[in-house]
Design a binder for this molecule. Structure first.
Ligand SMILES: Nc1ncnc2c1ncn2[C@@H]1O[C@H](COP(=O)(O)OP(=O)(O)O)[C@@H](O)[C@H]1O
Ligand SMILES: [Mg+2]
Length: 221
């Protein structure tokens, strides 16, 4: 049988717990003997990390929304070809902190570019592969931003946007989830870290039950 991994992405507004939950899931899966690759966007490759610095640098106030979309797209294209596709081909479970739904939510909804415009103008910016599963951690904006206000290096360019922008992003995510119910699973992120983790484990176990070759030992309640 042809080996193919599973591509799982984590999405949601700033401070919703993506990185925390991705790390917990990765640790859990590794303990279960699953071969996992953790990565993130923008970034994930040497070139992508350089693009990430440009995108998140608060000094780049002049950046056009079109430039922003293309830079995210450039980082993603590099990432998919260099890291994600080879890992999936070797049968790994790829966990990615942000992916194409971030472009649709932030540039499409947050910056009002419209998702149909992005899909038409720059399909590459959405990556050439679709996640098998997307965990959308849904949280109100004030709670999210209050969780990250003490980040050591100061907030980045996107985090500094106004509350109204982040609200548009959150609503955008929920709209995307409605349109892709099979792939995007909404998880309430206002609960305790462990509770959120348990819910994610259950969702992933269900997904795995369709791919028993990947995780023989994993419990699929
Ligand atoms: N469910 C939760 N309840 C309270 N605090 C949380 C929860 N999940 C994450 N945090 C904390 O909130 C902050 C932001 O979490 P993080 O995972 O970095 O979010 P993101 O990657 O989505 O921006 C971190 O300090 C983290 O420890
Ligand atoms: Mg994070």
């Amino acid at each position: 049988m042809k080996k193919t991994g599973l591509f799982i992405t984590f999405e949601g507004i700033e401070g919703c717990g993506k990185t925390t939950q991705m790390n917990l899931l990765a640790d859990y899966l590794k303990k279960e003997g699953v071969s996992v690759l953790k990565t993130r966007e923008p970034g994930g490759t040497e070139i992508g990390e350089k693009i990430r610095e440009i995108l998140l640098n608060p000094d780049n106030k002049k950046m056009l929304k079109e430039t922003e979309m293309l830079l995210y797209g450039a980082s993603r294209t590099q990432h998919v070809e260099e890291i994600i596709k080879p890992a999936l081909k070797s049968g790994k479970i790829v966990l990615c902190d942000r992916y194409s739904d971030s472009t649709l939510a932030y540039q499409g909804f947050g910056r009002d570019m419209g998702i149909s415009f992005i899909k038409r103008a720059c399909p590459l910016s959405l990556g050439t592969i679709q996640p098998d599963l997307t965990i959308l951690l849904d949280l109100d904006v004030k709670t999210g931003l209050s969780r990250i206000k003490n980040r050591i290096h100061g907030n980045d360019r996107i985090e500094k946007e106004k509350i109204a922008f982040h609200n548009k992003v959150r609503k955008g995510y929920l709209q995307l989830a409605k349109a892709s119910r099979g792939r995007i699973k909404i998880v309430r992120a206002d609960k305790e870290i462990d509770e959120v983790h348990d819910e994610i484990k259950n969702i992933v176990a269900k997904k795995f039950s369709a791919h028993p070759e990947l995780v023989e030992g994993l419990d699929s309640r």
